[in-house]
Design a protein around this ligand. Structure first.
Ligand code: GLA
Length: 383
């Protein structure tokens, strides 16, 4: 949708003109899954798909929220009354950011907001982080807060953790605020230092496909919190601040000291996954993106067999994509459905997509949504 259509839609809902238009993207993570809440490494790219917001400041402390995707008209909230758990549905994401900004002492007030997003929802592509980050950026500009992309991403994460109540790490929000076009962001989630690595898959004759299974299993939220608690318990038993502090050469000895009740497998995933991120960075920095393939596939096996967050549909995509010639494939995001990424040679791209689609049809599943992932720019002002 063009900026004009967005501002026209704003005017139709809120009357008068918006003060500006902002965009924040969804993301796919190349590798480094369930590492962010273990102080580890991640390697996301921002997608061209964005949440966009046309916003106008209000001086009366009222937040009037409208979404092109949700039916039901304007949601009206008093900023003074915002509290964790007080807002349901899509409105909790923008409202949570306003709450987090105010809680952090930033003097923001109300606003008229019209949101429109083409980030697929429930697909593990961070559609809610995009809504949060676009709100954070718009408020940062409209109230001249002077916050940078890392601070805005962390505030959006706080909104998600406390206001929405999801104990996520910082990857999704920081990817949305900090990623750069044509780059993958190698982020150390402990120090919050990032290295922006050029990704030019096309120059290497490669393509990254996102294959959205269109499946989201209900247990996702509870299972995420359980995995996180398990990782924290394992780190505590090992006497470490976080599993990030366990180095690969020490892994086997450390595992032997843990109870064999699932904590060993969680620990093995996190430690080997951090090593896979470092290997992926080396492959990319060394100009050999095809070498990412086996790293992705190993990551999937670890998420499936050790971290236990895959599911039949994502496993099916990985098996079929590899059988049809993909160089590597894995689930991306939190798991229990959502999307798979597959690294393919350009000439094999259609064959892989067709094979996965045919396998889904044969299994009686809704056709997956498949599109190439291009590394796009993080959150920005459009107008
Ligand atoms: C979800 C969370 C992220 C991260 C991933 C798994 O997307 O929001 O913080 O933990 O799962 O890597």
């Amino acid at each position: 949708m063009s900026d004009d259509l967005l501002t026209d839609a704003f005017t139709a809902v809120h009357h008068g003109a918006a003060d500006g238009v902002w965009a924040a993207p969804g993301r796919v993570n190349l590798i480094g899954e369930h590492t962010d809440y273990n102080d580890g490494f991640v390697l996301p790219i921002a997608l061209p798909h964005t949440a966009r917001a046309a916003v106008r400041r209000r001086e009366d402390g009222v937040l009037r929220l409208h979404s092109a995707q949700a039916g039901g008209g304007v949601v009206e909230l008093a900023v003074d009354a915002l509290a964790p758990g007080s807002v349901d549905g899509w409105a909790k994401y923008p409202a949570g950011v306003v709450w987090a900004l105010r809680e952090a002492g930033h003097p923001v007030g109300g606003a008229d907001i019209h949101l429109d997003s083409d980030v697929p929802t429930g697909a593990g592509l961070s559609s809610s982080a995009a809504l949060e980050c676009v709100t954070a950026l718009a408020f940062n500009d409209l109230w001249s807060l002077g916050l940078g992309p890392v601070d805005l991403g962390l505030l959006a994460q706080r909104a998600e953790n406390v206001f929405v109540g999801v104990p996520c790490g910082a990857m999704d929000q920081l990817a949305s605020t900090c990623c750069e076009a044509d780059r993958a962001m190698f982020l150390d989630t402990r120090t919050l230092t990032a290295r922006q690595l050029p990704v030019d898959l096309a120059a290497a004759g490669l393509r990254l496909l996102v294959i959205d299974t269109q499946v989201k299993h209900d247990l996702a939220d509870g299972a995420y919190a359980e995995r996180r608690a398990g990782c924290e318990k394992a780190a505590a038993l090992l006497g470490l601040p976080a599993l990030r502090d366990l180095a690969l050469p020490e892994l086997e000895a450390a595992l032997a000291t843990l109870p064999d009740d699932g904590l060993r497998a969680l620990t093995r995933h996190v430690v080997t996954e951090n090593a896979r991120v470092e290997a992926a960075v080396e492959a990319m920095a060394g100009g050999d993106p095809a070498a990412l393939g086996p790293i992705l596939t190993a990551g999937h096996a670890s998420l499936r067999d050790d971290f236990l967050v895959s599911c039949a549909e994502t496993d099916l995509v990985v098996v079929e994509a590899l059988a049809a010639g993909a160089l590597g494939a894995r689930m991306t995001g939190g798991g229990f459905g959502g999307s798979v990424i597959a690294l393919v040679a350009e000439q094999d791209s259609d064959r892989v997509a067709d094979a996965v689609t045919a396998a889904f049809a044969a299994a009686g599943l809704t056709a997956p949504r498949i599109f190439p992932a291009l590394a796009a720019q993080g959150a920005r002002r459009l107008a």
